[in-house]
Design a binder for this molecule. Sequence first.
Ligand SMILES: [Zn+2]
Length: 87
Amino acid sequence: MRKRKPKPSKVFVCVECEKRFVEADLDGLWFFPSTGICRQCYLEAMGDGGTCFGKREHRDERNAVCSQVCPDRNICKLFVELSEGIS
Ligand SMILES: [Zn+2]
C-alpha cells in the first residue's frame, strides 16, 4: 500500500489586511471565505462610521441592498445579531 501524502491545508488570505488563515479558522468565524475578508477587518468596518456594515440602524431587510445585493449581507446580519447578543 502506498502512503498517502497528507492533504495540504488550504490557506486563505484576507483581501483587506492580507493576514493568512487556515481552514480551522473558518469554524471560529475568524475568516469568511464567501467574501475573503477576516473578522478583524469586519470589526473595523463595523466601528467605522463611513460604512453601513454591521450597523443595526442601517440594516433593513425590506431594502433590496441589505437582503439581496450587498456582498457582505449575510455577514452583516451575523454581526448585527452578535452585537445585539452582547449589548
Ligand atoms: Zn483582514
